[in-house]
Design a protein around this ligand. Structure first.
Ligand SMILES: Nc1ncnc2c1ncn2[C@@H]1O[C@H](COP(=O)(O)OP(=O)(O)OP(=O)(O)O)[C@@H](O)[C@H]1O
Ligand SMILES: [Mg+2]
Length: 142
């Protein structure tokens, strides 16, 4: 199985999180990642990452998906080099990164094209069967 990848230029505005969630869930479904509980977590992680990039970041926002068997990574890049940091939750927020931490195996930040990219490794997908292999990719012999 090869790594499956997708990139999505996020249209900026109040509907960014919702549009991106739809796009991500659509791609994951085509690849065979359809478990409801698992995709619920993906929905939250994508929403928080994109909301942060739009609210606190700068420039254009690009989401990338990488999937290899049960391992799926979602990353969101924006043009600001400011590194996201967890803060004490209060009446005005501070919960996004807490949620991301709770729902992923780990999350990291790396420099990317003058800004940064926040990478979230999702919890391993709970099923192995029925995952798509892209057309033209190498197949392992039975
Ligand atoms: N993409 C980003 N670019 C720059 N700073 C960020 C980014 N994402 C998060 N941050 C910083 O990290 C802080 C914590 O983010 P977090 O998502 O936990 O809370 P919040 O966005 O302030 O509130 P909430 O997500 O609960 O609405 C933010 O307040 C912001 O200062
Ligand atoms: Mg946030």
């Amino acid at each position: 199985m090869t790594t499956l990848t997708a990139h999505f230029d996020v249209p900026l505005g109040p509907r960014s999180p919702r549009i991106t969630r739809k796009a991500v869930l659509g791609v994951l479904a085509v690849w065979g990642y359809t478990d409801d509980e698992w995709t619920d977590d993906v929905t939250v992680v994508v929403s928080e990452l994109v909301t942060n990039a739009v609210q606190h970041g700068a420039g254009s926002v690009v989401l990338a998906l990488e999937a290899f068997d049960r391992q799926v990574i979602v990353s969101v890049a924006d043009g600001s080099s400011v590194v996201p940091r967890r803060r004490e939750p209060d009446g005005r927020g501070g919960r996004g990164l807490l949620l991301i931490e709770a729902l992923t195996s780990r999350w990291t930040v790396e420099a990317h094209e003058g800004g940064k990219r926040v990478r979230a490794e999702l919890r391993p997908y709970p099923h192995g069967a029925d995952l798509a292999v892209p057309a033209g990719s190498a197949r392992t012999r039975a």
